[in-house]
Design a protein around this ligand. Structure first.
Ligand SMILES: Cc1cc2nc3c(=O)[nH]c(=O)nc-3n(C[C@H](O)[C@H](O)[C@H](O)COP(=O)(O)OP(=O)(O)OC[C@H]3O[C@@H](n4cnc5c(N)ncnc54)[C@H](O)[C@@H]3O)c2cc1C
Ligand code: FES
Length: 281
C-alpha cells in the first residue's frame, strides 16, 4: 500500500460534479469540487499534473487537470468520450459524485520558465493540460516573456476553450494562432497541420521555451520542426500519454524504456523523451 499524506494513494477521494459543460462534439468540461480531505490534498497541484477520475461501478481513467488552484477550488477536466469510463462520465450531471485520485505526476517547471518567451502548441483534446500553463502565464503576465499560442483541431467545432480566445488575445504580448485540418465556410484562420502553422509563425529560439501537448505523432513532428527552427531538445517540453493502471509507479504499465510516465512524467523535455517518441509512431 502506498500512503501519501496519510491517505492510501489507490483510494479515490469523493468529488461532486459542480459544472458539466459541452465543449465540443463528444467533449465535456467537468468541474469537480472535492469533498472532505480531498480538497486539502489538491490545494497546490501544478500545471501538467493529472488525476484519475472514477465513474463508480465502471472504472477510472487518467485525465490532465485543466485548471489551476489559483483560480479556485474546482478541479476541471476536459473529457473526450471514447470508452467505458468516459462514456459513463458523459452520462453524469451536476450533483453526481465521482472519485478522484491524485494529483499525480510531475509538472511543467513554470518557475524555470520565468523570463523566457513561450510557444505553446495544443492539438485537439491535448490542449486541455496546457490550459493551466496558459492560465499561470496570464495570471502572472509580467513574469514571462512573449506568449505565442498555436492551437489546432481537426475542424473548428473541435477547438477547445473557444470562449477564452478573446481573453488570451487581449493579454499583453500574446498572440493566438488557430488552425484546423478541415474548415467550414466561415473559417478565417489557418488551414492545415499545426506543424505547418509552426513553420509559418517560425518563433525565434533564442530564450524561448516550447511546450507541446497532443497526439504523439503531433509531438514528434512538432519537435522536428522546432529543431529545424533552431530549438534545442532541452528547450522543448511535451506532456505524454501512456496506458496507465496504478498511476503511482507500482505496476509498470506506463513504462517507456527506463521511465514510468506516471511518476517520471507526464511532462518530459524532448531531450528526455525524443527517442521514446519514435517508438510511439
Ligand atoms: C496522463 C494522461 C492524461 C490524459 N488526459 C486526458 C484528458 O485531459 N482528456 C481526455 O479525454 N483523455 C485524457 N487521457 C486519455 C484517457 O485516460 C483515455 O482515453 C482513457 O482510456 C479513457 O477511458 P475509457 O474507459 O473511456 O476508454 P478505454 O475503454 O480505456 O479506451 C478506449 C479506447 O482508447 C484506447 N486507449 C486508452 N488509453 C489510451 C492511451 N493512453 N493511448 C492510446 N490509446 C488509448 C483503448 O485501447 C481503446 O481503444 C489522458 C491519459 C493520460 C495517461
Ligand atoms: S501506471 Fe502503474 S507504474 Fe505507471
Amino acid at each position: 500500500m502506498t500512503i501519501r499524506n496519510g491517505h492510501n494513494a489507490m483510494l479515490p477521494y469523493l468529488g461532486k460534479l459542480v459544472t458539466v459543460q459541452d465543449m465540443a462534439p463528444e467533449i465535456k468540461l467537468f468541474g469537480i469540487e472535492l469533498l472532505n480531505v480531498g480538497s486539502a490534498q489538491f490545494a497546490d497541484y501544478q500545471p501538467g499534473q493529472f488525476a484519475f477520475v472514477s465513474a463508480f461501478g465502471v472504472g477510472e481513467a487518467p485525465f490532465g487537470i485543466a485548471s489551476t488552484p489559483e483560480r479556485g477550488n474546482v478541479l476541471e477536466f476536459a473529457v473526450q468520450r471514447l470508452g467505458a469510463v468516459t462514456t459513463e462520465m458523459h452520462e453524469l450531471g451536476e450533483g453526481d459524485i465521482v472519485g478522484v485520485r491524485g494529483p499525480m505526476g510531475n509538472w511543467f517547471p513554470m518557475e524555470d520558465f520565468k523570463g523566457h518567451d513561450l510557444v505553446v502548441l495544443g492539438g485537439g483534446i491535448g490542449g486541455a493540460p496546457l490550459r493551466p500553463v496558459l492560465q499561470t502565464v496570464l495570471d502572472h503576465r509580467a513574469d514571462y516573456g512573449h506568449l505565442n499560442i498555436l492551437w489546432a483541431a481537426r475542424n473548428p467545432s473541435l477547438l477547445l476553450f473557444r470562449e477564452e480566445y478573446d481573453t488570451w488575445r487581449a493579454a499583453p504580448d500574446t498572440e493566438l494562432h488557430l488552425t484546423v485540418d478541415e474548415a467550414d465556410g466561415e473559417w478565417e484562420h489557418d488551414l492545415g497541420l499545426i506543424t505547418d502553422l509552426l513553420e509559418k509563425v517560425a518563433p525565434a529560439p533564442k530564450n524561448t521555451i516550447a511546450i507541446t501537448c497532443g497526439p504523439p505523432i503531433m509531438i514528434y513532428y512538432a519537435s522536428k520542426v522546432l529543431q529545424k527552427l533552431g530549438f534545442e531538445p532541452k528547450q522543448c517540453y511535451a506532456t505524454l500519454e501512456a496506458r496507465m493502471h496504478c498511476g503511482i509507479g507500482k505496476c509498470g504499465r506506463c513504462n517507456m524504456g527506463e521511465k514510468l510516465v506516471c511518476v517520471d512524467g507526464p511532462v518530459f523535455s524532448i531531450a528526455e523523451a525524443g527517442r521514446f517518441l519514435e517508438s510511439y509512431l
